[in-house]
Ligand binder design. Structure first.
Ligand SMILES: *Cc1c(COP(=O)(O)O)cnc(C)c1O
Length: 359
């Protein structure tokens, strides 16, 4: 089965091979602490981060989002939840789980958040401990300009948690220009390793805020302070999934060896959108589509399930439907990471055309 979903994506054979190698005891082997640190540094290099505060956590992408909210939210604090999609809105659940008061700033789900609207909102009310935002909200595929949005929050003294799980390494992000305090990524999207790891980059200011808390962080597994000094202390709060990290390391090497990644995402995404329209289908969004995923309206004479089933059965290609308010309404093709190559895209589009034109 060719996996053409917006995560998990296809995994290159050298990543699979790395995960099947013999491994050490990651708690006890001093070499593992160096291996882990070097892998975090490779991640920082791939991100273009200039200093070293990235961590790889043993858990799927969701763990990064929850860890950010668990570590920053104090009971009763107000948190701004920037919401133009399912993941955007979903942050409110994490904020409230840890006792915060989520204040939603909801905008049109069919297009990116407009910076001037955020600024106008904050001019009236900016009493927030931090704000949450999503880079690519994968169910709709909308791409938010988190560089600009985070800078606006910073002008009002508000820290920023950004979910870039499905955009990171598929969409450019200038971390030097952005003002992001916790940036979350996942192994199974554009980095194209199997699911199971979340990568977070944490600003100094965010760690200072965690240290200055009046109340303790109400989590163990999702407590970012617990892992902060792993290298100095030679201690991890839990046993690290060593094979997953060995695979991630090779996926990072693959990314770093490929200078064309971002341009290719742009070209391939443009080609997908064009082809989809040419076969008589329509795109879900008005504007601001991410180069990592294309979200397509289900045509009237078919259901999402029929399209997905025929793509699987007749062509051996897995594409995705959606959930929540988009359930049954759209289908999604993931063209990030290893999926982002002309051969797989051509094959997928050809199959989709045959399915929707009922050939
Ligand atoms: C994939 C993804 C996550 C991680 O959660 P899943 O359980 O894999 O859906 C978080 N945020 C975004 C925007 C994602 O696309």
């Amino acid at each position: 089965m060719k996996v053409m979903t917006p995560g998990p994506t296809q995994v290159r054979s050298n990543v699979l091979a790395a995960r099947s190698k013999a491994f050490c005891n990651p708690d006890l082997d001093p070499d593992f602490y160096d291996f882990y640190k070097e892998t975090c540094e490779l991640f920082e290099k791939a991100l273009g981060a200039t200093d070293h505060r990235a961590f790889i956590l043993g858990g799927e992408g969701i763990l990064g989002l929850e860890a950010a909210c668990a570590s920053l939210t104090e009971p009763g604090e107000r948190v701004l939840v920037i919401d133009n999609g399912i993941f955007g809105k979903g942050f409110a659940d994490f904020v409230e789980l840890y006792g915060g008061e989520a204040v939603l700033f909801t905008t049109d789900y069919l297009e990116p958040v407009k910076p001037e609207e955020l600024r106008a909102f904050l001019e009236k009310d900016s009493d927030f401990a931090y704000a949450t935002m999503v880079h690519c909200d994968t169910p709709s595929g909308v791409l938010n300009d988190i560089e600009t949005l985070s800078r606006i929050c910073d002008e009002f003294g508000i820290m920023v948690v950004a979910d870039s799980v499905s955009a990171m390494f598929g969409e450019r992000l200038d971390l030097g220009r952005a003002k992001i305090d916790i940036l979350c990524g996942g192994s199974q999207k554009a980095l194209s390793a199997p699911p199971g790891l979340t990568m977070v980059w944490v600003s100094r200011r965010a760690f200072q805020a965690m240290e200055a808390r009046k109340t303790p962080i109400r989590s163990f597994y999702a407590n970012l302070l617990a892992i902060r000094n792993y290298y100095e202390d030679k201690w991890f709060p839990y046993t690290m999934p060593v094979s997953d990290i060995m695979g991630l390391r090779v996926a990072l090497d693959n990314f770093l060896a490929d200078p064309d990644v971002y341009d290719r995402h742009e070209r391939v995404a443009g080609a997908v959108r064009k082809a989809v329209k040419e076969m008589g289908l329509s795109l879900y969004l008005k504007r601001g589509m991410s180069n990592t995923v294309t979200v397509i309206n289900v045509p009237e004479d078919l259901t999402d399930q029929e399209i997905i089933r025929r793509m699987r059965q007749d062509y051996g290609i897995q594409i995705a439907g959606c959930f929540d308010y988009l359930a049954g309404k759209v289908i999604r093709i993931g063209h990030m990471g290893e999926n982002c190559n002309i051969d797989d895209i051509r094959e997928t589009l050809k199959a989709l055309e045959a399915v929707v034109t009922k050939k």
